[in-house]
Design a protein. Sequence first.
Length: 297
Amino acid sequence: MGSFFEYKAYEKNSFSEEYILNAFNEAHKEVKRIENKFTDFKESPFNQINENAGIRKTIVDKEIMTLVLRSFEISKISEGRFDISFASVGHRWRYYKKIGIPFPDDERNELQNYINYKKVEVDKTKMSIFLPHQKMRIGLGGIGKGYAVDRAYNILKKFKLNNFYINGSGDIKVSSNLNAPRKWKIGIKNPFNPSVYAGLIQVSNQAVSTSGNYNQYNPINKADHHIIRIHNPQNNIISATVIHENCLEADCYGTILMTMNVKDAITWLNKYKLSGTLIDQSGASYLSKLALSQFGK
């Protein structure tokens, strides 16, 4: 994931500082476990699937299988806009971004042939996953961080913490006491001026995730999203923020919105009754119906 994680708790006199810090450490151990297990940047249990692409099936455990199948469900409702097989292109895109040269069109076009989550062969009985082409890859860049935040949140709950905040590089989840005097205020990053917020969201016991192409920018090839679509995006959305019960879904849905134009994104948010806020390249903001109904509450 390569992300920073921040933890805050306001428990008054309920627990000692040592107890809370220990809870934070245990939560972050879980984050690191997930990162080491699911990374596709280096050797890992998950990346074994990529290493065996076109060669053999990979036996996986329940956690990997569950997360891959959940990603397929999200791919379906997004009509393929979210697709973990985008890594087929993404791995090479990261390479060219790192060395600062354009991604060759012929290579990009070839690798795009392997982007289709429906081609991933899954056997739930034998607990195996197989990529049928040697150049095909899968990655959980659009789902893993949100999953890690949810898992860390659950651990802090097991420690009986009630009023806390987790920030996984923009994927945020908060817990509030029932008698809390006010909700958590979460700032939406201003894509044009990082020193100020574009707005504030008030939440309690919810997750907030912001996706933006301003963090993934190649000056030679213009903007590319951190999960790349099959076709070049229109790029008129520069920031998408989603509020959801779970950070995994908020993370994924934000990624999906970044592949749409504003009109389609608002229609999609309203179809699935999601709370979302968009900022386009002109700086204009747009809210879904649910977000509008929550505005000012």
